[in-house]
Design a protein around this ligand. Structure first.
Ligand code: TMP
Length: 225
């Protein structure tokens, strides 16, 4: 019988350390013998990688609705080709961003209608509900500084500090129980303090995953990245 895996999503503002933490978490799960597949959004399929290039290229001119639908198109392909098949095999899938990014950036940041986005997203995901979302939180200014140190800014990073402040406040709102009760499609969302050093943040993440899947991932708690 296949092991009971699940979809774990890492979300948060620019520069919150998602990609590094994703690698730490993947190796912790692998170390206790669990099959893991990692993905990032947008991208992860042939069509998705082309869409990613278009979305992030500072030279692209995109209306907010076109932008939202391109994120959804990349997501639909990734769910169909990679995420669903891996979950059906009983694997853990760890995603660097999923649809809470669309809720934060395109609804919170760009101001698109929430109900429109939720409906389009249900089409893109086929109703897939994440098993756990870890929301890495940093003041958005601090995250942008970290992201800027990585080099040239992409089209979304260039959207301005007011935009990024709206994105961060949208993300923080998703952690409230009231928001989660009204958005069952999101599954459980846990806020993770992303300040402090990498190993401290990693320990917080591992503990949250072990609590969510005590039967399979419970033995990870206490293992260091
Ligand atoms: P990243 O892979 O470096 O995080 O870049 C993806 C960028 O796209 C980041 O600025 C967040 C943004 N984004 C959205 O605006 N909406 C979405 O639905 C997703 C998945 C990402």
């Amino acid at each position: 019988m296949a092991a009971a895996g699940g979809l774990i999503v890492l979300e948060g503002v620019e520069g919150a350390g998602k990609s590094t933490q994703l690698r730490h978490l993947a190796s912790c799960l692998e170390r206790v013998g669990l099959p893991v597949r990692t993905v990032r959004e947008p991208g992860g399929t042939v069509a998705g990688d082309e869409i990613r290039r278009l979305l992030l290229d500072p030279a692209s001119h995109l209306d907010a609705r076109a932008e939202a639908l391109l994120f959804m198109a990349s997501r639909a392909q990734l769910v169909a080709d990679v995420i669903r098949p891996a979950l059906d095999r009983g694997e853990f899938v760890i995603a660097d961003r999923f649809f809470l990014s669309t809720y934060a950036y395109q609804v919170g940041g760009r101001g698109l209608d929430e109900q429109d986005i939720r409906r389009a997203n249900a089409l893109a995901t086929g109703g897939l509900v994440p098993g756990l979302t870890l929301l890495l939180d940093l003041p958005s200014g601090a995250g942008l500084e970290r992201a800027a140190r990585r080099g040239a800014q992409d089209r979304i990073e260039r959207s301005g500090s007011a935009f990024h402040a709206r994105v961060r406040s949208a993300f923080v709102g998703f952690a409230s129980q009231d928001w989660q009760d009204r958005h069952p499609e999101a599954g459980p969302v846990v806020l993770i303090d992303a300040s402090g050093d990498e190993s401290e943040v990693s320990a917080r993440i591992v503990a949250a995953v072990a609590r969510r899947w005590p039967e399979t991932a419970g033995t990870m708690a206490g293992s260091n990245p």
